[in-house]
Design a protein around this ligand. Structure first.
Ligand SMILES: C[S@@+](CC[C@H](N)C(=O)[O-])C[C@H]1O[C@@H](n2cnc3c(N)ncnc32)[C@H](O)[C@@H]1O
Length: 256
């Protein structure tokens, strides 16, 4: 198998493509895998500018929570050799699996490598009569060496009256709205994440000029954010349709 190029999107299983990454080459591995919701993920009806992504969908169902974690663990293990000693691994998930993913990363990377359990509070979603409404995702972050990882603290607008108009270091609760149906960045790909979220994560955990890899890249949000921020980016996705959307997105950025 040939080595992957930078600023590229490859079609295939993350497990196979991990072996094409150069040893010790990756600064930031961000993974937004299927969440094991038990349903096939499709573009929701009425999603604005869906274009070619409207026909894209992906399977999101494993027989058990254990088999889902085993699937993820095999792929993380296959990627460890490609990480730099200063590298960072972030796995995006929700409360269905965050506790299991944290234990899996303790096993694979070591509990002393834990950096953050980030909460992405997006505000969308229905209310419930039976529980508190679920309105956040979890992003579990580990470094490759204890306290040896790259980190450039993101700055956000201060909200207190005393600091009005000033910036402060972001906390582990990130308030960024989910992409609305008519947003310009919306590709129509199911479960697309906002570029502002990925810009913050890439800026924090990947040095300028460094390499960010997203092995379940979907519509290419991470790649677009990385390239816009002066980082190199590689994406994998098992879906041809996802890769087509991501490539078109990157190409339109290159033309702009
Ligand atoms: C949650 S979506 C990613 C969405 C993406 N973050 C975005 O903003 O568009 C998960 C992606 O993982 C891909 N995927 C599922 N199994 C995979 C595998 N074994 N290897 C690589 N990609 C896979 C799916 O095709 C889907 O595009």
């Amino acid at each position: 198998m040939s080595r992957v190029r930078s600023l590229d999107v490859q079609v295939g299983d993350w497990l196979d493509l991990a072996g094409t990454l150069g040893k010790g080459s990756v600064d930031f591995l961000y993974v937004d895998p299927p969440f094991n919701t038990g349903v096939r993920r499709r573009t929701p009806p009425g999603a604005g500018r869906a274009g070619r992504a409207a026909s894209a969908s992906y399977a999101d169902s494993w027989p058990t929570a254990e088999s889902y974690i085993a699937w993820l663990e095999a792929r993380v293990r296959a990627t460890v050799r490609a990480m730099k000693p200063t590298g960072v691994v972030a796995i995006h998930c929700d409360d269905r699996a965050s506790h299991r993913i944290r234990l899996m990363l303790d096993r694979v990377l070591g509990e002393d490598r834990f950096i953050n359990h980030l909460i992405w509070r997006y505000g969308l979603g229905g209310s419930s009569a039976r529980r508190f409404a679920r309105k956040h995702d979890d992003i579990i972050v580990y470094g490759m060496e204890p306290d040896g990882h790259y980190f450039d603290p993101p700055m956000v607008a201060a909200t207190s009256r005393r600091m009005r108009g000033m910036l402060k270091k972001a906390t582990d609760v990130i308030d960024i709205p989910a992409i609305n149906n008519m947003a310009r960045e919306r590709t129509g790909y199911p479960t697309q994440k906002p570029e502002a979220l990925l810009s913050m994560l890439v800026g924090a955990f990947c040095p300028p000029g460094g390499l960010t890899v997203d092995p379940c890249c979907g519509s290419g949000t991470t790649l677009a954010a990385a390239v816009a921020g002066g980082r190199r980016a590689l994406g994998f996705d098992s879906s041809e349709a996802a890769a087509a959307v991501a490539r078109a997105r990157l190409a339109s950025r290159a033309r702009a």
